[in-house]
Design a protein around this ligand. Structure first.
Ligand code: MLT
Length: 286
């Protein structure tokens, strides 16, 4: 690590009840690098990226609606609505210049929605352990069943039981129990309302495969080599479909590569951005 920047927490002032503010932290200066976490975590899954990438970028990590310290849901949502929250957040934070946008898993579904609907807001894209396709009919039904169970039991336990055993590479459970415990706690701390609302949104998300060919910004697809949820083969297909797409497979990592092998993830991001957005081409942000 060359330098370490202070991490500043922020809560924005609401501009209207429909436009509730997200909690976010930032560190560093320069081109904004906005990282969207997955389901059902919070912005702290980017702790290693925020520390390490902020010596070159302004690393911004919001809590998505319903997660972490951001306000909760007041009705059903969709991946597009979660993406609209990100645009409202950028506007409120007065970030109008194109950002480097990264998304982990569900955060990647949101990033793909933004890439399709707000391409002018993006300078580059990082798709991390995520997918472009929709759920199969069976997978969508399983999610809806899980959402119904969570609503009935008012507990996060079914999600912990269903997801935790599939999130990490086998070695991570043995060698990095602190990471596993952290993620278990994030899941347990997410409200049942957020869990069932986001499960329904993910079950209903559109297939973005056909949009990939229209993504014009440099895009790095990162995947843990042992990710069973969004496997490397799928990541390779996504990268092949994006004109300026590249893929990086991260060793010793499953679905949460950013936590399991942060050094390799950070090195891949630095290398990619240095070659595709060299420092002299980056706009200085205020
Ligand atoms: C996530 O990490 O965001 C979820 O695993 C996404 C999903 O279940 O499709």
């Amino acid at each position: 690590m060359i330098g370490q920047q202070a991490i500043t927490p922020h809560t924005l002032t609401p501009v209207s009840p429909a436009n509730m503010p997200l909690f976010w932290t930032e560190a560093g200066t320069g081109t904004p690098l906005v990282l969207l976490h997955g389901f059902p975590f919070d912005q702290s899954v980017w702790q290693f990226q925020q520390t390490e990438l902020s010596w070159k970028f302004r690393v911004i990590t919001p809590d998505l609606r319903g997660h972490g310290r951001s306000p909760g849901f007041t009705g059903p949502t969709s991946i597009d609505r979660l993406a609209d929250d990100v645009i409202a957040f950028l506007d409120q934070a007065q970030i109008q210049e194109p950002v480097i946008l990264g998304g982990l898993s569900m955060g990647g579904y949101i990033a793909l929605s933004l890439a399709a609907r707000y391409p002018e807001r993006l300078a580059a894209l990082l798709l991390i352990d995520t997918r472009a396709g929709a759920d199969s009919a069976e997978a969508a039904q399983n999610r809806l069943n899980l959402a119904t169970r969570i609503d009935a039991e008012q507990s996060s336990q079914p999600v912990v039981e269903g997801f935790l055993p599939r999130l990490f590479a086998p070695a991570t459970y043995v060698e990095q129990p602190d990471i596993v415990d952290k993620v278990r706690m994030l899941m347990q701390n997410t409200s049942p309302l957020t869990l069932s609302t986001c499960l329904r949104a993910m079950a209903d998300r559109p297939d973005r495969t056909a949009d990939l060919a229209r993504i014009s910004v440099p895009t790095l697809v990162i995947v843990g080599e042992e990710d069973p949820i969004s496997p490397p083969q799928e990541a390779q297909e996504i990268a092949r479909s994006i004109p300026r797409g590249e893929v990086k497979v991260i060793p010793r990592a499953g679905h949460l590569a950013c936590l399991e092998n942060p050094e390799a993830v950070n090195a891949a991001i630095h290398m990619f951005l240095d070659s595709h957005l060299p420092p002299q081409s980056r706009k200085k942000s205020v």
